[in-house]
Design a binder for this molecule. Structure first.
Ligand SMILES: [Zn+2]
Length: 316
């Protein structure tokens, strides 16, 4: 019976942040004076935050939702309170995944960044999540802790074991299974691999792909796939874009150095880097890149031409 009451309360509490956002938004709009446009922007982001809080659990999953709390949203920057440094670390692995998930669910919010810091997760959020999902940890069997002399510490460890086993039980009821790779993180993904393990394996694939494309920037998506690296076309394009940006900033650094003082090696490196950047953008083969063709260079970046021109010899 008590449980039923709790459930009723928890669904009501989920709506609460949305209402609070709305009330604050209206109140701030009503206030006289000030910049109406600015107020409108604030009100809009408060509403967005309310929507986000209300669905946070579904977006990031219950495990993460009980350790993180979105408290501010400004110009696509989402501010998160995180329960402790360990979860901060977990979050760094999941950051990009969360951002893309959020943008799927809330394309209008255009979230580009997550700023996390250790902070307080509101008690009601924690209680809400724990009570609605996990069996009472106090009813879990007690594991005896051996070798720990400090009484309080031993008690603490016992409690942790109980809570952890209740959590796993609760998640299993919800269809979660322990990750088949790390055997530690409960997951509901169809392949049985948790988000962290998936991220790690994706990272190593990504790294392989990145090295390959960096060495042979003319490779097409099909050619990279044929080499046995499994990645999506979107990831392939993303890697190329990232490499291009890295080349671009290196070009600007080298170019600025050259303009200060000419140096053969720097010039050779600059030419190589510009060639790479052009290949990354166009997919053409190295022998098709003509660095004396000013117009094509300016198509990419006007500055490149400025760096090259004084040193290109008689060609131009
Ligand atoms: Zn795992």
């Amino acid at each position: 019976m008590e449980n039923f009451e709790n459930n009723k309360k928890s669904s009501g509490q989920l709506i609460k942040p949305l209402q609070q956002g709305l009330i604050k938004a209206i109140a701030s709009l009503r206030k006289d004076g000030g910049d109406i446009k600015k107020r409108y922007v604030i009100a809009k982001s408060m509403l967005a935050l309310g929507r986000l809080i209300a669905t946070w659990k579904d977006v990031v999953g219950i495990v993460l939702a009980s350790h993180t709390y979105p408290y501010r949203l400004i110009k696509g920057k989402l501010f998160l309170a995180v329960s402790d440094s360990q979860w901060m670390q977990t979050l760094t692995f999941l950051r990009s995944e969360i951002i893309s998930k959020l943008n799927n669910v809330f394309p209008d919010m255009k979230i580009t960044e997550i700023c996390a810091r250790v902070g307080v997760i509101p008690e009601e959020v924690k209680r809400n999540i724990e009570e609605s999902i996990w069996p009472d940890w106090r009813e879990e069997p007690i594991t005896e802790v051996k070798g720990v002399k400090d009484k309080d510490l031993a008690e603490g460890i016992k409690r942790c074991c109980q809570k952890s086993s209740a959590r796993i039980k609760g998640l299993t009821d919800k269809g979660y299974k322990l990750c088949i790779i790390c055997r530690a993180v409960p997951t509901r993904s169809s392949d049985g691999v948790c988000a962290m393990c998936l991220y790690k394996s994706q990272e190593s694939t990504r790294l392989k792909a990145m090295t390959l494309i960096s060495e042979m920037p003319w490779l097409t998506y099909e050619e990279v796939s044929e080499s046995g690296i499994e990645l999506s076309e979107l990831e392939y394009n993303h890697i190329k874009e990232e490499l291009y940006n890295a080349s671009d900033s290196l070009i600007n650094e080298l170019g600025k150095d050259l303009l200060i003082e000419f140096d053969e090696d720097t010039f050779a490196q600059l030419q190589k880097e510009i060639t790479r950047a052009i290949i990354l953008r166009t997919g053409c083969l190295p022998d098709r890149v003509d660095l004396s063709d000013i117009q094509s260079l300016e198509f990419f970046d006007v500055r490149w031409n400025k760096y090259l021109k004084p040193f290109m010899g008689e060609g131009d």
